[in-house]
Design a protein around this ligand. Structure first.
Ligand code: ZN
Length: 81
């Protein structure tokens, strides 16, 4: 489930996507695996990866992303929520 919200974050176009810790020009990180305690995301171009631990601030923000979107940012297509 957190993978879907991570993908929404990476693709939405109105937040900065999470990028490689070695070179931010490597492109947006991609979800690799989701376990009970963490989401692991990795760089599409190199071996760099990041573990987003359940309970961390980032994990919580991602987990609420689809909920906060209409309130904080509004729809991106100009329609009314
Ligand atoms: Zn990289």
């Amino acid at each position: 489930m957190i993978t879907a919200q991570f993908n929404q974050w990476q693709d939405c176009g109105y937040v900065h996507p999470l990028t490689c810790g070695k070179n931010s020009d490597h492109g947006a990180l991609e979800a690799k695996s989701e376990g009970p305690d963490a989401l692991i995301v990795e760089c599409p171009l190199c071996e760099w990866s990041q573990t987003i631990v359940r309970g961390s601030t980032l994990y919580q923000i991602l987990g609420q992303f689809n909920l906060v979107r209409p309130n904080f940012y509004g729809p991106t297509d100009g329609s009314t929520p």
